[in-house]
Write a protein that binds this ligand. Structure first.
Ligand code: LR7
Ligand code: MN
Length: 582
């Protein structure tokens, strides 16, 4: 009897002590974690679980659109202030960003064949270079934490953060302290505002990894993003590799997949996304290998460090923002390199409608573009000036160093580039005999609030018909068509905004479907190039040029039901429209 009781006692004691130690350990670790992030949490307002590794799971549900919408709801007056201030400073929903943990589950949009690829064991390691100016701390740290969490540790040589002389205190001492726990992350503070181009050069100088991998400061990388980018550079060190850029919605933070596209440009030297030819799409679907791209968006790419220096880094005469992406793209191709998009690597980027910061120089985009145009475009620069005549009077500094670089590297002509890398662009040369495009648009400084300039019927002159949705006005992706005019009917009421988009019933924007035949359709307003329309010509004789395609809106017929698309601008009466103010 006594013996049995004693053994029961021992078992009970063992169970008790296991439970006791477990509870103690559990408490200790959470108290420790709490202590570690307590200082940052009030400022960040981030979940208790920060940085939340535990959330990495397949449970994408909890970050569904509805979840995010609720999380971002403005309830109190304080919320409203916070919300407005966040938009004002960062042009995205900072309040929501601050509430999301750093590692959140994201959908895996990779082609399933990507997961079957075996990458070499001896991939080069990367110095990740992230420059920022006045970035939201939560967005910046989300970039850093996703990189640390979703990359094989041996492939991350270091993460170099370059603070481009930001104004905020939290990006100085506080961030320094926080990053002490992450020895691979090195933070440099620039003593003057360098602008993103010189800031990247500064970052690259500090780097010692074999490959430089640039990211914007508001990204989230996804599982498996790094290996294919490095593999492309390893295969050929003169190859520059770019991931697929998914969209982190600036308002809802919903993670949306991008289509597979290529980088292009229009003759205003604005970057644009071009759809892939259908046969290439099919090929990549069957075998998701890197494919060539005429240009890149600029923010996210991997390049062999020695090659970056050999190729002349960046043009240090470029200021703050813009143009450097096309310059580097042309330089890569014309001087013997390759630029590829890697479909198995997907990185999210917060796409915002305006840039929230100013620049010490007025219109850095045009100034930088001019430097690029004069060094790389040869006789094709006349097309740029045709689109942008005002640019001829703008000062752009001394470019002799860059012209010399082009000579030293023995680079090919722009004609060669167009004929071999971007032949489609040769079919889109502006007609120099027409001064149609003679309107300068600074597409990159958009007002944050939508200001409506005019409203009315969008009348097609030669048919006398009006433009409306093919379906109900509320339908995303619906095409637009001509119909009998119905003055006063809201289904035909177009709103022309200050940022040069055309909104039907003030709800959806006129957009061009670049994937299927350039038909005009209705889409959620994004402020993108395909949603930017510029009137040209005199009052009764006006055309609507689309900034995404650099083509004009045209009716495909003159009868009710005729669809609209964009076509190369011409004298055709099918291209004449007017906004009849109501
Ligand atoms: O003075 C500055 N100093 C900086 O360090 C201004 C900006 N920056 C930082 C900034 O904090 C950010 O991390 O530079 C980075 C890029 O600035 P953004 O995010 O304001 O630029 P963007 O995303 O609007 O612009 C795209 O085009 C730029 C042209 O100069 C750069 O090449 C950006 O890197 C590029 N972003 C991308 O390619 C991501 C995809 C977007 C598209 C298209
Ligand atoms: Mn960006």
């Amino acid at each position: 009897m006594l013996r049995i009781k004693r053994s029961r006692l021992i078992i009970a004691l063992i169970i008790f002590s296991v439970v006791f130690w477990f509870i103690l350990y559990w408490n200790f670790t959470s108290i420790y974690a709490h202590h570690k992030y307590a200082r940052l949490r009030p400022r960040l307002g981030v979940h208790d679980t920060l940085p939340n590794k535990g959330l990495e799971s397949d449970d994408v549900q909890i970050y569904s659109e509805i979840y995010l919408e609720n999380l971002g709801k403005v309830v109190t007056a304080d919320d409203q202030r916070n919300y407005d201030a966040g938009y004002h400073t960062h042009a995205f929903n900072q309040m929501l960003s601050d509430k999301l943990s750093y590692i959140r589950p994201l959908p895996d949009f990779r082609n399933r064949r990507c997961k079957e690829i075996d990458y070499p064991q001896d991939l080069p390691s990367a110095s990740i270079v992230i420059c920022f100016f006045n970035e939201a701390l939560s967005a910046l740290l989300r970039t850093v934490h996703t990189v640390l969490e979703r990359s094989p540790a041996n492939l991350i040589h270091e993460i170099i953060l370059v603070d481009d002389n930001s104004d905020m205190d939290y990006l100085k001492t506080e961030l320094d302290t926080y990053l002490k726990s992450y020895p691979k992350v090195k933070l440099f503070h620039s003593e003057e505002r360098l602008g993103l181009i010189r800031a990247r050069m500064y970052g690259a100088k500090q780097a010692t990894g074999q490959v430089l991998l640039f990211l914007d400061s508001h990204c989230e990388v996804t599982t498996g993003w790094l290996e294919p980018l490095l593999a492309a550079v390893k295969t050929d060190p003169h190859t520059v590799s770019v991931p697929v850029m998914d969209i982190i919605n600036a308002d809802s933070f919903f993670y949306e997949a991008s289509d597979l596209v290529r980088g292009g440009f229009n003759w205003g030297m604005h970057y644009q996304w071009d759809p892939l030819p259908p046969d290439l799409t099919k090929k990549i679907f069957e075998k998701p290998e890197p494919y060539p791209s005429p240009t890149m968006a600029g923010g996210l790419f991997a390049i062999d460090r020695n090659y970056f220096h050999h190729l002349g880094e960046y043009d240090s005469g470029m200021e703050v923002w813009g143009g450097e992406n096309l310059e580097l793209s042309f330089r890569i191709w014309q001087c013997g390199g390759h630029l590829v998009i890697v479909p198995c690597s997907r990185v999210g980027h917060i796409f915002r409608k305006r840039r929230p910061y100013g620049a010490p120089v007025h219109d850095s985009f045009t100034r930088n573009t001019l430097r690029m145009v004069h060094v790389w475009l040869d006789e094709y620069k006349k097309y740029y000036f045709h689109i942008n005549p005002r640019a001829e009077d703008i000062e752009f500094g001394n470019i002799t160093g860059r012209v010399q670089l082009r000579k030293n590297l023995n680079c090919k002509s722009f004609k060669w580039y167009l004929e071999n890398i971007y032949p489609e662009q040769l079919t889109k040369l502006p007609d120099l005999s027409q001064s149609l495009h003679a309107q300068a648009v600074d597409n990159n400084f958009r007002p944050s609030k939508v200001i409506i300039r005019a409203r009315g019927l969008l009348k097609h002159v030669s048919s006398g018909l009006c433009v409306q949705s093919e379906k109900t006005v509320y339908d995303k992706r619906a095409l637009v068509q001509l119909a009998m005019c119905k003055p006063g009917d809201k289904d035909q009421l177009w709103f022309e905004s200050e940022q040069k988009d055309l909104r039907l019933a003030n709800l959806l924007c006129l957009d061009v479907n670049q994937d299927e035949g350039l038909y005009a359709r209705l889409m959620k307003c994004k402020g993108s190039n395909p949603q930017t329309w510029i009137w040209s010509g005199k009052d009764s004789n006006r055309q609507l040029m689309n900034y995404g395609t650099a083509e004009c809106l045209a009716a495909t017929g003159v009868e009710p039901g005729a669809l609209l698309k964009t076509e190369k601008c011409s004298e055709s009466p099918l291209m004449l429209f007017k906004l009849v103010i109501t």
